[in-house]
Design a protein around this ligand. Structure first.
Ligand SMILES: [Zn+2]
Length: 253
């Protein structure tokens, strides 16, 4: 078999690699289910031709390599991650998932932020596992590779060692003591249906040019684009203690 064919097989195996783990919340030891980065009822507003499918970023390595960005997925598979066990998935987010929100308050902003941060933690954990599997299979098949992707694993590990414990402890503290005043947010209500759903986290500064951030948690804000039936919400959320990093972004919002 030539190297190109071997490589395709490796990609296929990595694609089929299934990430399963326990609930990400606190010390919960229950198994995680596939949580949606946005609730299913929100994603339903994006279905194509009234079928149970929506477009999402492709999860397929081979298709990504060909430059294909999107694939059609059933709602149950789209935009999901192994986040929480059924009871945490239901109980924690009821406030933002039981009805369409016209306005965003601190509690809602905090919950969207929480989902975004845990989505990021899951992405980093699964990226490490998938990339390590990828390396293992390349070695096993004697395939040569540029090992620059190992820096990617290193970056993910640094995030899990320094940034995620900080956010997890802030989130548990705010949840337990209902200290939603520790959150700041900005939102815009768009008076028409939006055709996209997004839940992501962004670092507002370039930490690589700032040595002060070596070994310290990064400032992160979450960005949500929420497509309700007849209106949409664009929401930015961050911890109040990171206000000074958000000035420029706030001015452009
Ligand atoms: Zn749980």
């Amino acid at each position: 078999m030539d190297d190109e064919k071997k490589l395709l097989k490796v990609y296929q195996k990595v694609d089929n690699f299934i990430y399963e783990d326990k609930c990400l919340w606190g010390n919960c030891s229950s198994k995680s289910i596939l949580s949606h980065s946005h609730t299913k009822s929100i994603l339903k507003n994006l279905t194509v031709n009234n079928e149970n499918k929506i477009y999402g970023l492709t999860k397929n390595f081979i298709r990504r390599r060909k430059g294909i960005l999107f694939d059609l997925y059933t709602i149950n598979k789209a935009s999901t991650f192994h986040g929480f066990c059924p009871s945490h998935d239901n109980d924690l987010f009821k406030y933002i998932e039981s009805s369409e929100l016209e306005e965003i308050d601190k509690k809602a902003a905090f919950l969207f932020f929480t989902r975004g941060i845990f989505f990021e933690i899951f992405q980093k954990k699964s990226a490490i596992l998938r990339t390590e599997k990828f390396k293992e299979l390349l070695d096993l098949n004697n395939l040569e590779y540029n090992d620059s992707f190992l820096y990617f694993i290193k970056g993910c590990k640094v995030f899990l060692e320094t940034t995620s414990p900080f956010y997890e402890s802030e989130i548990y503290n705010i949840t337990e003591n209902k200290k939603f005043e520790k959150i700041n947010f900005l939102f815009k209500k768009i008076p028409k249906k939006l055709e996209i759903s997004l839940s992501t986290t962004i670092n507002p500064i370039n930490i690589f040019s700032d040595k002060n951030f070596s070994g310290k948690p990064q400032p992160i804000f979450s960005l949500n684009i929420i497509p309700y039936k007849n209106h949409g919400i664009i929401l930015l959320t961050w911890l109040k203690q990171h206000d000074n990093f958000m000035e420029k972004i706030k001015n452009h919002f």
